[in-house]
Design a protein around this ligand. Structure first.
Ligand code: GLC
Length: 478
């Protein structure tokens, strides 16, 4: 099948979060399947352009119109022999002269409206005619609408699949964005309109042939106001085309047996010694007491409200009455950064707050910790709980979204389950789950079995990629 994948980010070219990881791994996995031809389209951000690791060649250039504007489109192909063909959309005005961050500009709506249209023009220009176009989040949400409104004759029979990773950002713009920027036929206005404004994600949801999100549970949750940030009503009317496919992780990239950022590699047979060595190294690096026996709890996270940091704030002092160590790595909202610095100041022998973004340290925390905390308020999928389990670290999670789907609760009697879960978003339940997990930890025989199961679980992309293929076949009708 000919598949186009369109995203505002994909590792290693540009990444701000989980979307970047997914768009690195999923296209690769699909391209590996016999009979598939996969092209990935990304904006040509300044930092990609300036990176000598990513040489490109110009394969087409032309102008496209965006409302009343005429804008340049350069189509550049990555010069690398690999299964996925990567194309960058080059336009200095929108992507070339900006600083390091991918998003957050005043004209983000126009930038990504342009990107969505330019990708369609680019595919036409290079004569790549996909059977399905897979789009991700609001930045590519105008594409399924354009495909229906302006490109039916250019790509006859081509279908679109829209994947929601983050419903909090929907691409809101004021009402005249429709005429001023998008320039679509009048009958599409109401599909993009919500509460008197333009909402690009709503447009994609209405116009695409299938909507997916990144876990099965989250696909159900999206029908409720608590999770859907206003789009529950629209999605509830379209459940026939909504489904969830739980993400995988890159099992080669996240492998404690080969990870070069670890002082000691290990696998399922050697995790006891391996994790002990990593734990000692982390304790040493962070100035925590060198104690092999103490349960070490780790967190690698953006310090944002919905990651459940307020639950940690609420229950930290109670947890720290136990004989534990806590390491948190991340940056984010000032109030949480301050709280964690303060916590480590008052508990220097128990808490280390690393207010930074550091991939090496992150992997060391996955490896060195015994317990991984992820009390997210909502979580479309979440990847780090899977990374943690791959490294033999037992997660404590709120049973929501992808956390519920990837962390079945431990049942000692049945010798089953991968982590400890709690069911409602409050600090006492979270703390209760941590205490239950510590109880399990105190029994080495039970603990070892849980760790073994975590490390033996297949979190690879093989199964999810197969599900994407099944869905693509369904929409394409093959
Ligand atoms: C978003 C979601 C996260 C998910 C990721 C990749 O960042 O918040 O839960 O794992 O996208 O799909």
């Amino acid at each position: 099948m000919k598949i186009a994948m369109v995203s505002s980010e994909a590792a290693p070219y540009a990444k701000s979060g989980g979307l970047g990881d997914v768009m690195e791994a999923l296209p690769k996995e699909l391209a590996r399947m016999p009979g598939n031809e996969v092209c990935l389209f990304l904006p040509y951000y300044k930092k990609i352009k300036e990176n000598p690791d990513f040489p490109t060649e110009l394969v087409a250039q032309f102008e496209t119109n965006l409302g009343w504007r005429q804008q340049y489109v350069g189509v550049r192909r990555l010069q690398k022999e690999q299964a996925v063909t990567v194309y960058f959309i080059d336009n200095d005005y929108y992507f070339g002269h900006r600083g390091g961050s991918l998003y957050g500009a005043m004209d983000d709506g126009e930038r990504f409206g342009y990107f969505s249209k330019a990708v369609l023009d680019a595919m036409n220009a290079i004569d790549f005619r996909p059977q399905v176009i897979q789009c991700n989040d609001w930045q590519t949400a105008a594409l399924p609408v354009y495909l229906k409104s302006n490109y039916q004759t250019v790509f006859p029979g081509c279908k679109s699949v829209f994947t929601i990773h983050n419903i909090e950002y929907q691409g809101w713009a004021d009402a005249n964005f429709f005429d001023d920027v998008l320039g679509m036929p009048e009958q599409y206005r109401h599909l993009l309109t919500m509460d008197g404004s333009i909402n690009l994600m709503k447009g994609a949801i209405e116009c695409c042939d299938a909507i997916t999100t990144v876990s099965e549970t989250y696909a159900h949750e999206l029908l409720y106001p608590y999770y859907a940030h206003g789009l529950d009503g629209v999605l509830s009317g379209l459940t026939w085309k909504l489904s969830g496919i739980t993400n995988g992780i890159d099992m080669d990239r996240f492998d404690p047996a080969t990870d070069s950022s670890l002082p000691c590699n290990y696998d399922q047979n050697t995790f006891k010694e391996g994790k002990a060595a990593c734990k000692a190294a982390l304790q040493k690096e962070l100035g925590l007491p060198l104690r092999p026996d103490v349960p070490l709890m780790g967190m690698v996270t953006r310090l944002a409200g919905h990651k459940g940091i307020d639950l940690l704030c609420y229950s930290a002092n109670r947890m720290l009455r136990e004989d534990v160590q806590l390491v948190v790595v991340g940056t984010g909202e000032g109030q949480y950064e301050d709280f964690l610095r303060d916590l480590s100041y008052h508990h220097p022998d128990k808490v280390s707050a690393q207010i930074c973004f550091n991939l090496r340290l992150a992997n060391l925390v996955y490896a060195a910790s015994d317990i991984y905390l992820m009390p997210s308020k909502s979580e479309p999928c979440g990847l780090s709980q899977m990374n943690a389990m791959r490294y033999g670290t037992v997660p404590v999670v709120n049973a929501t979204g992808g956390l519920k789907d990837t962390v079945p609760p431990v049942n000692v009697a049945a010798d089953a389950g991968l982590g400890v879960t709690f069911q409602s978003y409050n600090g006492d339940d979270f703390c209760g789950a941590v205490l239950r997990c510590l109880e399990l930890y105190s029994n080495p025989a039970i603990w070892e079995r849980i760790v073994n199961r975590d490390m033996a679980t297949d979190f690879s992309w093989t199964v999810p990629a197969g599900k994407y293929m099944d869905l693509f076949c369904k929409v394409v009708g093959c």
